[in-house]
Design a protein around this ligand. Sequence first.
Ligand code: ZN
Length: 304
Amino acid sequence: MSEKQRTIAQSVSFSGKGLHTGKITNTTVFPAEPNTGIRFKRIDLDNTPIIPANPEYVVDTSRGTVIGISKEIFVSTIEHLMASLHALHVNNALIEVDGPEVPILNGSAKPFFDELEKVGTIEQDADLEYLEITEKVVYTEPERNVEIIAYPCDTFRADVHISYDSFMLRNQYASIKDLKDFGTEIACCKTFCFFREIEMMLAANLIKGGDLDNAIVFVDRKVSSEEIARMSKLFPGKEINIEKEGVLNNTELSFENEPARHKLLDLIGDLWLVGKPIKGHIIATIPGHKANTKFAKILRKTIK
Ligand SMILES: [Zn+2]
């Protein structure tokens, strides 16, 4: 008997600040008909336009994955929700958003995953097709040492290697051999940044909704008390200081290699844009949303 497509058993809503706008947005995931895939609907705009979650519609990857069909019609930061849908094998869903981005919540996929897992999924009356990797598929950005390769494999598995120009994140690895481990091993892993980036991002108006609860902040150089005072002002109501190993006191690491696990989370999310579950072993070196989504596009093109 062939495997069937799945959708969620009932609708689930999420509400929270958008990372970029800082405005509260509501996102509701609804069940959807077989063969419709994952689609986002901007219910706050005229004619409630629909944007398919498909690599052809990726319009920006600078700080998260953004899909859109025009300058005004887009949805940002879809990746953590997409990763949860991937891990739970949700092939079809209509996701209504009343603003330009999916809420960042706590910076991980856990709030999405837990709620979606709670309502569960149902089998639909339509066969599920896999994208089977039959020969090596390669994407590279040689100037940045970025590389994503898919190898033939009977199941989906993925390995991630990250390396930053910082002694704190020189080389880190994470892997998943079975998506059933996503909920316990990957979902709770938060996004991260460097202390030195925060002022820059705030100045560029990039992270209005980013407060200190939804990111791991690495401090990889000496920070003066003036800088800490200045940073504290940017996050009213929070007393920040720098504790052990240069990780800001805002959050506890869930795993020693949490950053690599988060990059794996993002990769799993972006690969759900392919539109079919993958049977293949993905090995990603220094992945990011740009590489992930370009790779998803290449894979999607291999579907006949
Ligand atoms: Zn992420």
